[in-house]
Design a protein around this ligand. Structure first.
Ligand code: PGA
Length: 249
């Protein structure tokens, strides 16, 4: 299965979310080809903000669409004001949790130790982590892309204390491509995904950063790209559906 994850970030209001789910159900109802695609070839998962998890749980019943969260607490439970535990995400039916998205590394300072604690709790609660890595524009200009990505894998693995389980998804998201409309060339994406596949032959590797319905055909056809992590273009049902329709799977 090819993966498509919708990282809604904090972009949607409550009416937006209700509309998304209504439209998503409509598309799946009226478009049999699309429904077939989502059932047999593309695994779609929505990552809303925490308060929308119970809505997702109800709205996605019977849609072949899973959901998860954009983060979780590094602690299992207890005195952690403002945090949400992995067990609560799981209790609402969440299946996936992002770990180390660059916006969390940047604004909340998530580091390797914290991320490894989150990974452990995600597995303890029978969910699957999506570990996000990516280079800055400066790293790329100075030809450090692969070494930076390798370090990000090594740092997490060292803190986690064991090799990453093969079901752990890796999302390659160049920092300079997130929300900018800039996308690396297919050759550059291929080089990075080859490198990551050599390091982690069994783990699915996603690409993320300015994916749209205009580029999902090309990106999804690159060898080593096992899925997409989509931000801005995943926030309406129509736009997400168009991305999935164009995927070469
Ligand atoms: P974008 O975000 O698709 O809006 O670039 C991707 C992400 O940050 O996961």
């Amino acid at each position: 299965m090819f993966f498509v994850f919708a990282n809604w970030k904090m972009a949607l209001s409550l009416p937006d979310v209700r509309k998304f789910f209504d439209d998503w159900r409509d598309i799946l109802t009226v478009d049999a080809d699309f429904r077939h695609r989502v059932t047999t070839a593309v695994h779609v998962s929505i990552l809303p903000s925490f308060p929308f998890l119970p809505l997702a749980e109800l709205a996605l019943i019977g849609t072949q669409t899973t959901f998860g969260a954009q983060d979780c607490s590094h602690a299992a439970s207890g005195a952690h004001t403002g945090d949400v535990s992995a067990s609560v995400i799981r209790a609402f039916g969440g299946r996936y949790v992002l770990v180390g998205h660059s916006e969390r590394r940047r604004y909340q300072g998530d580091g390797a130790t914290l991320m490894a604690q989150k990974m452990t709790l995600i597995y303890d609660n029978a969910m699957t982590p999506i570990y996000c890595i990516g280079e800055s524009l400066e790293d790329r200009h100075e030809n450090r892309t692969l070494s930076v990505l390798g370090d990000q894998l090594d740092d997490l693995t060292a803190a986690f204390g064991r090799v990453l389980p093969p079901d752990c998804l890796i999302a390659y998201e160049p920092l300079w491509a997130i929300g900018t409309g800039l996308v690396p060339s297919p050759d550059d994406i291929k080089i990075v995904h080859n490198f990551l596949k050599n390091r982690l032959p069994n783990n699915p590797i996603l690409y993320g950063g300015s994916v749209t319905s205009a580029n999902s055909a090309v990106i999804s056809a690159i060898p080593g790209v096992d899925g997409l992590l989509v931000g801005g273009a995943s926030t309406t049902a129509r736009s997400l559906a168009d991305i999935i329709r164009n995927c070469c799977v």
